[in-house]
Design a protein around this ligand. Sequence first.
Ligand code: IMP
Length: 178
Amino acid sequence: MEKKIVKEVLVSMEQIEKRCKELGAQISKDYEGKPFLVVGLLTGSVPFLAELSKSLDGDIEFDFMDVSSYDGTESIGDVKINKDLNKSIKGVNILLVEDIVDTGRTLNTVKKLMYNKGAADVKIVSLLDKPERRVVQIDCDYIGFEIPDAFVVGFGLDYNQKFRQLPMIAVLDENVYS
Ligand code: IMP
């Protein structure tokens, strides 16, 4: 018999689509026609970035970064860059796209890194936010949904690299861990 995967659906695909349209419209309005670079953090942000970008308007380019952060540190030096941006970001307005803000370490570090490299402005949009888990202060400009402190998968988010394809944000059933 197939194992039950989903314990509870927190956000449905319909809710995600609706929220992406709202966020896209708000972001496009806020940039007022100024060019900006959309930077997706691999791999979890990909479905969100794709859905959001359908509602983004303006002079936009796309790039991706892959970073892994090590637990227990807030230092820039301890974040490993697995894939860096393709072009210089000196003087560039950046919209940093993330799947979820948990402790805040990743976004805090990447944002600092981007300013160190001369970015003109860095705004952050994250599909999900787990405010109860915050360790490092980080200001997100746009949030899709606030969720409680639970481990979630789907729409880009993984458990051991799996379940990213689920068309919803869901809490995993305990039997998946066992
Ligand atoms: P932070 O640096 O602690 O904010 O971690 C952000 C990263 O942790 C995200 O990009 C995710 O890859 C991962 N993460 C945090 N919470 C979850 C979750 O509930 N499900 C899947 N991945 C998560």
